[in-house]
Design a protein around this ligand. Structure first.
Ligand code: CMP
Length: 133
């Protein structure tokens, strides 16, 4: 089934000039980038994006990390795109992420893990609408 998912290339990656390398991972796997913008995320937008984590111990540091410098927001489309992008990204903690996943290659830590992507059709619709009205 053709799907659309949201990806954020997070501050740690943009700061280290990794945008091109990360985009090429999606493209060489046959996925299409269909919207893209470089943006400094506001606190409000970031809190809405991560609302499911509100109240958790790491929420404040997550928001301050994501807003500290520019990110790239993009939508990616393709057959089964939500799962394929998550497989390419790897697990949340780069230390546990499979070989050659984006987080294993470039992630710094559990909190600075380089990329975000939607985890379901419902969250993809919600998150695409947050970053691309
Ligand atoms: P992401 O996939 O963007 O979704 C939520 C983010 O919260 C996650 O990546 C991590 O960056 C961060 N996160 C999740 N769990 C923790 C944790 N235990 N400590 C710090 N950050 C976390």
């Amino acid at each position: 089934m053709n799907e659309k998912t949201l990806v954020l290339i997070k501050p740690d990656a943009v700061e280290r000039n990794l945008i091109g390398k990360i985009l090429s991972e999606y493209e060489r796997n046959g996925l299409k980038i269909t919207n893209m913008r470089l943006v400094t995320a506001s606190k409000e937008t970031t809190e809405i994006h991560y609302e499911e984590h509100k109240g958790k111990s790491f929420f404040e540091s997550l928001v301050s990390y994501l807003t500290r410098s520019p990110i790239v927001a993009l939508t990616i489309e393709g057959d089964n795109a939500i799962e394929r992008v998550r497989t390419l990204n790897g697990t949340t903690n780069p230390a546990d992420s499979g070989d050659n996943t984006i987080r294993a290659l470039y992630g710094i830590s559990l909190s600075e893990n380089t990329v975000h992507s939607s985890d379901s059709i419902e969250s993809a619709e919600r998150e695409c609408a947050i970053w691309f009205n």
